[in-house]
Write a protein that binds this ligand. Sequence first.
Ligand code: GDP
Length: 298
Amino acid sequence: ASDSQQAKPGLLGRLMGRTAKPTVRRTLDDDMLEQLEELLISADMGVDTALRVTANMAEGRFGKKLSVSEIKELLAAEVGRIMEPVARPLPIYAKTPQVVLVVGVNGSGKTTTIGKLASQFRAAGKKVVIAAGDTFRAAAVEQLQVWGDRAGVPVLTAAQGSDPASLAFDAMGRAQEEGADLLLIDTAGRLQNRGDLMEELAKIVRVIRKKDETAPHNTLLVLDATTGQNAVNQVKVFQEISAVSGLVMTKLDGTAKGGVLVALADRFGLPIHAVGVGEQIDDLSPFDPQEFADALVG
Ligand code: GDP
């Protein structure tokens, strides 16, 4: 194994021992499968998905002797097969302004992701407007303004505690008047009172549709990879309170194994538009399913 693999052993590194050579062979038996399942579960993949992945990779190979690198390739291929269909960048529509509603619990990385997205689209020559729709959190509005300055994108704000829908309506008008390509709308992330949040989001949607009945064109759910299997629950809840159209997974640069992405893809099939890989403005990457699968099983 190389130094870098020894520094951060992947799943199989841990199963076979860090010094296991790629050519070491082991029999694919019940014991081996159970260990593989446990490893996948420990990487946040969830029980159902872990069982499906191992069962698929074992099909037709049970009792055979496989080398470490063969097991690695087979597992990565299974994971890749689940992830391939969901790896899709944010679709760009001809109709402008394209309205993107950004939802997620506080702390998931909504503000940061909006700043990164604004910067990327602006760099691509698009005219972007941001609406600071979490009007109750002064800190969130301030933070968004900082990101807007960095990205060179105007951030529309309203007085603290004012109606987010009214701000969204004004922002919609401004984006249309200015001929903006993209309007990114931040929203509150208070899940404590689900009913209130649902009403708030529904009202935002209602008023922006007065200006464009096809809006919002995307509802992006931002998830924090470090919350592990919790992310599954957040998708369920946000699907109940809004029409989630795609995901961004943040904080994949940390210790999070990111296996929950496989569980999400397996269970919901929602597109993963991008992944957050750091706190800086350029730290938003397209989701690469094969690279992800290789890194996960490593
Ligand atoms: P919000 O409450 O959902 O708006 O979350 P923020 O955008 O304020 O992010 C919460 C914290 O997570 C901040 O400290 C961010 O710097 C951090 N953060 C956001 N995205 C990433 C990421 O991809 N990687 C890392 N390491 N930190 C992130």
